[in-house]
Design a binder for this molecule. Structure first.
Ligand code: UD1
Ligand code: UDP
Length: 386
């Protein structure tokens, strides 16, 4: 007898982080896996699906050009209902903290199907920061029966909120599974803009920004910090694969358009992006996933947010929370560009987020949950501090 696992994801980071899970579950004989894209993202999601060769059984195709949270939530709820009824499922798997994540968990709950939450327990404890992700992840964790916490700190947060110990497993983050598998592949053929940018003398800085709570003044302030850094350090090149959100594009192109020190590209596929992270000197971002990847690659990362749910990289010294103030970001950049000691202090390869085996632990624990194994999966323990 096999069990049917219904895996739903809708955005770029969910797809990257669920790809190794889907691949692992397909290798397990007891599971029949159904994959459903909500299509909250389109091109950026399709890039990942293609990169990992993921099988897709359903696609709700919900994305609209300027979509509201209400649109995503209601379209996912409406779209999933007939599928969950027709296909049936023994468990629904969701990832992370997007609106796809929460809406899928809610749809499963409405049909009394147990939910497993991958990357559970991340918290800033500030409801509106990040917005709406902090609420999405808290609500999803309340609805989930199995909680796959990436780190011991995430497990502690779940236990402190009253989640039962036996429902929580520390697995490591599946992004490290995806990253390790991708980083060992050959570097890609760079597209011409990136090849030209990398051929310039001077330091290279990789930038990504997209968070909803930064729309407006904080995002303009981040853009001005980049402009100011280009003016102060003429040999520095920012490489900026810019998110497809029109709000983000208009803000950055408006303030940075025409600057020689800023090279914009469309979002990159995962393999080129990983190799670019390996190649540049440092990374500035508000991304969650990149905060987890950069430490593994030994790249200093400045986190342009006021809070983070990923304190491990900061504790390890490879990440710094710099906020969104122009002067604070510009000062932190200048320090890393000019002070070799400060740079070297941050450029350490550490792995607080995983060891590449998170997906295997998740599959093992699912087998245990359904009675195919006698013992629960072994938990991930990050390397002890030196
Ligand atoms: C979403 C998630 C966020 C996650 C981020 C990863 C929510 C509310 N937000 O934010 O948690 O960190 O994805 O990138 O779940 N667009 C395209 N093509 C694409 C993707 C996006 O054109 O492939 C444009 C569309 O105009 C879309 C807009 O971007 O309306 C915003 O997309 P949306 O998913 O609502 O928000 P993100 O900022 O991407
Ligand atoms: N990423 C990518 N191409 C890009 C930018 C990012 O493949 O042009 C990857 C990155 O390596 C990470 C993930 O996308 O794994 C992060 O996605 P994003 O920043 O959109 O979302 P978040 O992690 O903040 O939720």
């Amino acid at each position: 007898m096999t069990r049917t696992l219904f895996v739903s994801f809708g955005t770029r980071p969910e797809a990257i982080k669920m790809a190794p899970v889907v691949q692992e579950l397909h290798r397990r004989e007891h599971f029949h896996v159904i994959t459903c894209l909500t299509g909250q993202h389109r091109e950026m999601l399709d890039q990942v699906v293609e990169t990992f060769g993921l099988p897709v059984d359903h696609d709700l195709d919900v994305m609209r050009r300027t979509q509201s949270l209400t649109h995503i939530t209601s379209a996912v709820l409406q779209g999933l209902e007939p599928l969950l009824v027709e296909r049936g499922a023994d468990m629904v798997l969701v990832h992370g903290d997007t609106t796809t994540t929460f809406a899928t968990a809610l749809a499963a709950f409405y049909h009394q199907i147990p939910v497993a939450h991958v990357e559970a327990g991340l918290r800033t404890d500030t409801l509106y920061n990040p917005y709406p992700e902090e609420a999405n992840r808290r609500l999803t964790d309340r609805l989930a029966e199995l909680l796959f916490a990436p780190t011991p700190a995430a497990r502690e947060s779940l236990l402190a909120e009253g989640s039962p110990d036996e429902g929580v497993l520390v697995t490591g983050n599946t992004v490290i599974d995806a990253l390790m598998a991708t980083a060992e592949k050959d570097p890609p053929q760079w597209e011409p803009q990136i090849r030209e940018a990398l051929s310039r003398p001077g330091k290279k800085i990789l930038v990504t920004v997209h968070r909803r709570e930064s729309w407006g003044v904080p995002m303009q302030s981040i853009a001005r910090a980049i402009r100011e850094t280009c003016e102060r350090h003429e040999d520095v090149t920012f490489i900026f694969p810019i998110h497809l959100n029109p709000v983000v594009r208009e803000t950055f192109r408006g303030i940075l358009g025409g600057l020689r020190g800023v090279v914009f590209t469309d979002p990159l596929s995962y393999r080129p992006f990983v190799h670019l992270m390996k190649t540049v000197d440092l990374v500035i971002t508000d991304s969650g996933g990149i905060q987890e990847e950069a430490p593994t690659l030994g790249k200093p990362v400045l986190v342009m947010r006021d809070t983070t749910e990923r304190p491990e990289g900061i504790d390890a010294g490879t990440a710094r929370l710099v906020g969104t103030d122009t002067q604070a970001i510009a000062a932190a950049l200048s320090e890393l560009l000019t002070d070799q000691t400060a740079y070297s202090r941050m450029a350490n390869a550490v792995n607080p987020y995983g060891d590449g085996k998170a997906s295997a632990r998740i599959a093992d624990q699912l087998e245990y949950f359904f009675g195919y194994r006698q013992e629960p999966a072994e938990a991930f323990g990050p390397p002890a501090e030196k």
